[in-house]
Design a protein around this ligand. Structure first.
Ligand SMILES: [Zn+2]
Length: 235
């Protein structure tokens, strides 16, 4: 297993579309895709893995088909359902890397916690309207909670509600794939944060340091209690 790169991709939407295309031609050994949704016409502008004939079909089935067609090596399997606390750690046991393209903050925080507890690198991203970010969190680097502290208690827009511009998720998904390619080569870009703003024309890299009071980095969070992920952001 030492040279095997088994990648878990959470979400099969706008961010994961470019991620999956690019990973299909990577040195990954295996790709597992997790999602519970069907292809919707209103999302085709940003979910570039799918076309009009896929509307109404299972996203993971169509995504797996696309990856199999494009693949120059990696095999692919699917897990129908949401990424949830009950099954997260079991799934991660079988993977060496996690890429997250979820459309809600609750899942993003769950991914951050699960990956850290499992000791697996997590490449995460998010986008709303014309801007977004991509973060590489390694077991010994800063994490999503160092960046955002916690799920906001008040209502916050998901990308489905606020809308997101197709090319913006395309850029961020490609940046996520770049993180994965670097990790596969043995680089360790932990704590690197890329921010992209399409209106200002800015792509900028910063480095996130571990926050001393981060409950994930200081070991306070050691399990995946459902109440941590049910705050405000069910998609
Ligand atoms: Zn942290």
């Amino acid at each position: 297993m030492s040279a095997a790169h088994r990648i878990l991709v959470v979400g099969a939407g706008g961010l994961s579309s470019p991620v999956l295309r690019l990973l299909s031609q990577s040195e990954a050994t295996h790709i597992t895709i997790v999602d519970d949704d069907v292809v919707d016409e209103s999302n085709l502008h940003r979910q570039t893995l799918y076309g009009p004939s896929d509307v109404g079909s299972s996203k993971i089935e169509r995504a797996a088909e696309a990856v199999r067609t494009l693949s120059t090596g990696p095999t692919v399997s699917i897990v129908e359902g949401r990424f949830v606390p009950d099954t997260a750690l079991g799934l991660l046991e079988e993977h060496t890397l996690l890429v997250e393209g979820a459309d809600n903050l609750a899942t993003k925080f769950l991914v951050a916690d699960a990956a850290r507890i499992a000791g697996v690198p997590a490449v995460q991203a998010g986008a709303v309207r014309w801007a977004g970010w991509a973060l590489c969190a390694l077991p010994d680097s800063a994490c999503l909670r160092c960046l955002f502290e916690d799920i906001p208690r008040d209502r916050i827009e998901t990308c489905a509600e606020a809308g997101v511009v197709g090319p913006v998720v395309g850029v961020l998904g490609a940046l996520q794939a770049a993180f994965v390619f670097r990790l596969l080569q043995g680089e360790r870009p932990g704590g690197e944060l890329w921010h992209y703003d399409a209106l200002r024309g800015a792509l900028r890299k910063t480095f996130v340091r571990r926050r001393r009071d981060c409950p994930l980095c200081n070991g306070e969070i050691q399990d995946l209690r459902m109440e941590r992920y049910t705050a405000a952001c069910a998609a």
